[in-house]
Design a protein around this ligand. Structure first.
Ligand code: CA2
Length: 149
């Protein structure tokens, strides 16, 4: 069974409650349901987590090593600050897709640099919460065993 881990960084638990003009009206629970629906359709096992604590996020990434087949991560503001999450993702040796709900490149200059993109196989930004579904669908295509295997 192919297992994907969806990770969400700081403040994403506030989704839908503030700044709907930037992040939309869906809550994190809605995003979880959306991801679960996409994964079930594609016969994937999905784990979904959010934390405001960097150490917790790093522990989850380490625990993914040898256990999950892909990580979809919205690192939130850690995108622009965290060498530690960058290093953890390298240590995990699991393919990573970075997702941002907003188009970070049309926002403040400090959001234009990502430590995570250096270790991600792909980056989605500005697709709203549909970016999570696109990342899951991409992993399903890539990780699906060839016919007869
Ligand atoms: O666009 C994204 O998904 C971001 O990763 C979201 C982060 C931001 O720091 C990144 O630059 C881009 C912020 C997530 C915080 O979300 C909130 C939602 C509602 C109210 C307050 C914050």
């Amino acid at each position: 069974m192919t297992t994907l881990l969806v990770l969400n960084g700081p403040n994403l638990n506030m989704l839908g409650l503030r700044q709907p003009e930037v992040y939309g009206r869906e809550t994190l629970a809605d995003v979880h349901a959306l991801c679960q629906q996409a994964a079930s359709k594609l016969d994937l096992t999905l784990e979904f987590q959010q934390s405001n604590h960097e150490g917790q996020m790093i522990d989850w990434i380490h625990q993914a090593r040898g256990r999950v087949d892909g990580i979809v991560i919205n690192p939130g503001a850690w995108t622009h600050t965290s060498v530690a999450i960058h290093d953890a993702l390298i240590a995990a040796e699991v393919p990573v897709i970075e997702v941002h709900i907003s188009n970070v490149h049309r926002r403040e200059a400090f959001r234009h640099h990502s430590y995570i993109s250096l270790v991600a196989k792909a980056v989605l930004a500005g697709f709203g919460t549909h970016g999570y579904v696109l990342a899951i669908e991409h992993f399903a295509r890539e990780l699906r065993p060839a016919p007869g295997q």
